[in-house]
Design a protein around this ligand. Structure first.
Ligand SMILES: [Fe+2]
Length: 296
C-alpha cells in the first residue's frame, strides 16, 4: 500500500492582487491576472510569498523578451548561467530547451533538482514557454518537504549526518555517456559547453533546511550518485529507495503548459521531471536560473 504523506504544505496566506488556484494537493499553483513586466513591489512580494508557499507557480498569459525575463528574474536574486548548457546568443544567462518535430531525445526526464552539483545550486528555475505541442510535454514536480516528512523517525535520524555526492556529468546517466558524448552521439540535442573552472561535483546534506521557510527537505535527485564516505554498492540501494520515495505520485503535481506560461519553481524543496510524450511536435522554452545559497 502506498505510504501516505504525514503533512501537507501550510496554506498560511490569502492573496488579493491576483487569482491563484492550486493545481494539486501536494504543491503547485497557477496565477492569472498579472503582467510580470508591470509589477508593483506589493504584488511582487505576494508572488514571492506564494512561490515559497506553493513551491511551483505557473503565471499564465505572459509575453516576455529575454531581457524582460531576466529583469523579472533579477527581482528574486542574482542570475546563474548554466554550467553545461550553451546559452542563446547575447544572453549568457538564458538557455533554450528545444525539441523539434523529428527529434525524440528528451531533456530532464528523471527526477532532479537543477544545478544540484554546484557549490551554490540555483534556488529558482524560471521557464518561459515560446512553443508548445497541442497536448503532452507536461512537467511534473515533487514536493521534497513531503519526501522528508513522510520518512520514519529512524530514517530521518540516520540521514541527518549524511551528504550526497552530486555530479553534473555522471557516468551513471542511463546512457553511460557524458554530456558531450551524448551530444556527439545525437542522444541529446542540448548544445553543451565546457564548464571551465566551475565546480560540477558537490557534496550537500541529504536532509537540507530551506533558508527561507526553515522546513526540512529530502535533497536527493538524479544527480546524486553516491553517499559521501560510502561505496557505490553501499550507496545504491538507499539512494534508489530515497529517489523513489521522493517521487511518489501523492507528493507531486503535473503542470500543463500553454504558450506564454512562465513557470518558476523552488529547487530547494522540489524535484522536477520533463515528460517526453509529444513526438512529432515542437516544444521550445527559455530557461533562467537564479542563484541560491550553499545548502545546509
Ligand atoms: Fe531541470
Amino acid at each position: 500500500m502506498a505510504e501516505v504523506a504525514k503533512s501537507q504544505p501550510v496554506k498560511v496566506r490569502e492573496y488579493n492582487r491576483f487569482k491563484i488556484t492550486p493545481i494539486a494537493g501536494a504543491l503547485g499553483a497557477e496565477i492569472h491576472g498579472i503582467d510580470v513586466n508591470n509589477l508593483d513591489d506589493e504584488t511582487f512580494d505576494d508572488i514571492h510569498s506564494a512561490w515559497l508557499q506553493y513551491q511551483v507557480l505557473a503565471i499564465r498569459d505572459q509575453d516576455v523578451t529575454p531581457d524582460q525575463q531576466k529583469e523579472f528574474g533579477r527581482r528574486f536574486g542574482d542570475l546563474q548561467p548554466h554550467a553545461f548548457n550553451a546559452p542563446i546568443d547575447g544572453h549568457p544567462e538564458i538557455t533554450e530547451i528545444f525539441k523539434d518535430k523529428h527529434e525524440t531525445a528528451n531533456n530532464g526526464g528523471r527526477w532532479h533538482t537543477d544545478q544540484h552539483y554546484r557549490t551554490e545550486p540555483a534556488k529558482m528555475t524560471m521557464l518561459f514557454a515560446h512553443e508548445m505541442p497541442p497536448h503532452g510535454g507536461d512537467t511534473c514536480f515533487a514536493n521534497t518537504y513531503l519526501g522528508y516528512e513522510s520518512l520514519s523517525d529512524g530514517m530521518k535520524e540516520m540521514l541527518g549526518g549524511l551528504k550526497g555526492v552530486n555530479n553534473g556529468d555522471s557516468k551513471k546517466h542511463p546512457s553511460g555517456l557524458t554530456r558531450m558524448q551524448r551530444q556527439n552521439a545525437g542522444i541529446s540535442t542540448m548544445e553543451q559547453k565546457d564548464p571551465g573552472d566551475e565546480v560540477t561535483i558537490s557534496e550537500h546534506p541529504i536532509i537540507r533546511t530551506h533558508p527561507e521557510t526553515g522546513r526540512k527537505a529530502l535533497y536527493v535527485g538524479s544527480h546524486t550518485e553516491r553517499i559521501a564516505g560510502w561505496t557505490d554498492a553501499e550507496s545504491e540501494p538507499l539512494l534508489t529507495y530515497l529517489k523513489t520515495h521522493n517521487g511518489q505520485l501523492h507528493h507531486t503535481c503535473r503542470l500543463q503548459w500553454e504558450v506564454g506560461t512562465i513557470t518558476m519553481w523552488d529547487n530547494r524543496c522540489c524535484l522536477h521531471l520533463a515528460l517526453n510524450d509529444y513526438h512529432g511536435y515542437r516544444r521550445r522554452v527559455h530557461k533562467l536560473l537564479i542563484k541560491g545559497d550553499k545548502p545546509f
